[in-house]
Design a protein around this ligand. Structure first.
Ligand code: SAM
Length: 283
């Protein structure tokens, strides 16, 4: 039984980091006049209402997108401005009502020839995703099945170009091992794809050790970025921030992130607790 629902968390600081980076990856891929496949192994519902009962219950969006929405244009670093442009495109009104998930962002930022492949196992979110993706229905396939097994079946892509987002909920600590195994397998089948893996910063061994285990995969090109916005809770539990480990990142990404992370950490940090790390190896 899956209990995680992204509607509780949509638009939080972790989504800001993930979606800002994902947009940079998609923009880099669409710069070249050649189709590429988008794979989202853990897609979610694709669109969320900030006024839903679930979003209201946690109020997480107000600590993420809520802090960026009304910032004046002239203070925004370029990548944040681009991120906000996409989120604003999902909202017809000047007020923030909808927060788009990664599938909607992928549909919006790609072209008619770019196939979209989504996996979502939750029986409530999968039909919602189908509804959300109607605007790009012809090039979208939604599969209600395990996303890492689905990724295996899709690699290598016919187009020989692919951007893959792996964004599990880590409800189960075995998810950490599963993403490593899934990435290893995908890299054997298709070594040149861009793979972006999201993970939560938690005081649990599996989360702390994940980045090192990813570096040890031995790929030539990677980037690791984290953004934390709050101190650990007094019981030491809870998420303090999140990270993304990207295999074969755009070569432009380190500079783009260097230009916006200090501002993001400053703006999203709660009571001065914003911090980031950025490491990469690009050969
Ligand atoms: C963090 S959310 C995804 C958020 C989405 N990628 C975004 O950025 O908008 C993770 C999703 O994975 C789904 N899920 C959990 N286990 C899965 C699996 N084995 N295969 C595919 N989806 C799964 C959950 O139901 C949940 O909707």
């Amino acid at each position: 039984m899956l209990s995680y629902r992204h509607a509780f968390h949509a638009g939080n600081p972790a989504d800001v980091l993930k979606h800002l980076v994902w947009i940079q990856i998609l923009d880099y891929y669409t710069n070249k006049d050649k189709p590429f496949m988008v794979v989202d192994t853990h897609a979610g519902a694709g669109m969320y209402l900030v006024e839903s009962d679930m979003a209201r219950k946690t109020g997480e969006w107000s600590t993420g997108i809520g802090k960026l929405w009304s910032q004046p244009d002239d203070v925004l670093p370029e990548a944040v401005a681009r991120y906000l442009e996409v989120i604003k495109a999902a909202n017809a009104s000047p007020a923030l009502k909808h927060y788009p998930g990664s599938p909607w962002i992928s549909g919006y930022c790609t072209r008619f020839a770019d196939p979209l492949r989504f996996f979502e196992r939750h029986s409530t979110d999968a039909p919602l995703l189908a509804q959300t993706m109607k605007f790009v229905q012809k090039r979208t396939q939604i599969t209600v099945a395990d996303g890492l097994a689905g990724l295996k079946a899709l690699m290598p892509p016919q187009a020989r170009r692919a951007a893959v987002l792996i964004d599990p909920s880590y409800e189960d600590k075995t998810d950490y091992g599963k993403v490593i195994a899934g990435l290893k397998d995908a890299l054997q089948r298709f070594a040149t794809g861009t793979y972006a893996l999201w993970y939560p910063q938690l005081a649990r061994r599996e989360s702390v050790e994940l980045p090192d285990r990813l570096v040890k995969l031995g790929v030539a090109n990677w980037l690791h970025v984290t953004l934390s916005t709050q101190p650990p809770a007094t019981d030491g539990l809870g998420m303090t921030g999140s990270g993304l480990f990207i295999i074969n990142p755009p070569w432009t990404l380190p500079q783009t992130l260097e230009d916006c992370l200090p501002w993001l950490a400053d703006t999203l940090g709660i009571d001065g607790h914003g911090a980031f790390t950025l490491d990469w190896q690009i050969q």
